[in-house]
Design a binder for this molecule. Structure first.
Ligand code: B1M
Length: 218
């Protein structure tokens, strides 16, 4: 198979939720020296976007989406060494999680990977994270940035609670709060008083690094 065919097949097999085959194809793509970003965007994410559309149109349902999500996460794991520069010295510390009520973690995992690729130390709080846990972790672990991901219009509101919790803990002016995820916008970020919105994982990593570098003066 040539590069284009492999990427198309990765997308197709991801849609079918065939984790083992997706992993084999991703490895084949890596062996053929297809750049990791291309495998991610034109293979894995392409398949996940198609599944997302089908999910929206009730053509597939939660079990199928879960299988695709598992294939996606496993495929990403194989790309990890290529997307993250190994051996970088930690240049800042952030805590990251998907907000309360929200179980979507693929985007969050990508954000984590990209941030680690920039040399940041990432404390991954997982999914369904209470606002107070973001703040408590930031305080206890000395994080410079709190990063919140949300995929549901109903859960993005919880990001405002994180901002509020940081105010109540008295650390709002010592910490940067970043928000992202499909329904989140710059307008929403401004509205809740967070510090930055980015629409993809790579920009999130760049922004977090910039905050950590500034934050030496905090
Ligand atoms: Co969910 N789901 N889901 N789902 N699901 C969506 C989000 C939805 C848009 C599907 C649809 O209807 N089209 C819809 C939300 C509608 C809305 O609120 N407007 C939806 C729904 C309704 C639901 C349920 C309510 C369905 C139900 O049960 N009836 C339910 C909710 C469960 C819950 O969380 N409480 C649910 C469940 C699930 C699964 C468990 C089956 C599964 C999640 C598995 C998992 O994550 N492990 C799932 C999935 C996979 C999706 C879709 C298909 C794919 C999401 C995804 O992973 N995309 C999604 C449809 C879609 O997005 N097309 C959908 C790929 C990922 C890389 O993108 O996370 O956006 P994303 O991350 C991007 C950017 O947003 C950004 O970086 C990434 C790209 O570089 N980013 C950040 C993310 N976080 C960031 C943080 C940052 C900066 C950037 O700074 C801190």
């Amino acid at each position: 198979m040539n590069s284009k065919e492999i990427l198309k097949e990765i997308s197709k097999q991801l849609q079918a939720g065939r984790t083992k085959t997706v992993k084999e194809l991703v490895q084949q793509a890596v062996d053929q020296k297809i750049p990791a970003e291309e495998i991610l965007h034109n293979g894995l994410l392409d398949g996940m976007n198609i599944i997302g559309e089908k999910f929206k149109n009730n053509e597939v349902f939660v079990p199928e989406v879960l299988l695709s999500a598992r294939a996606m996460n496993q495929g990403i794991q194989l790309l990890k060494p290529m997307l993250a520069d190994a051996g970088m010295v930690a240049s800042g510390k952030v805590c990251l999680g998907t907000v309360k009520g929200d179980l979507h973690d693929i985007g969050k995992n990508l954000v984590k990977l990209m941030m680690e690729g920039k040399g940041l130390e990432v404390i991954d709080l997982g999914v369904d994270v209470e606002p107070s846990l973001f703040v408590q972790t930031a305080i206890e672990q000395n994080c410079q940035v709190i990063c919140c991901s949300a995929l549901l219009t109903t859960t993005m509101e919880a990001m405002a609670d994180v901002v509020q919790a940081a105010k109540e803990a008295g650390i709002r002016d010592q910490i940067k709060i970043m928000v992202g995820g499909a329904p989140v916008t710059q307008g929403f970020c401004d509205f809740i008083g967070a510090d930055a919105y980015t629409d993809d994982a790579a920009s999130a990593a760049e922004q977090a690094l910039a905050f950590c570098q500034q934050n030496e003066l905090f």
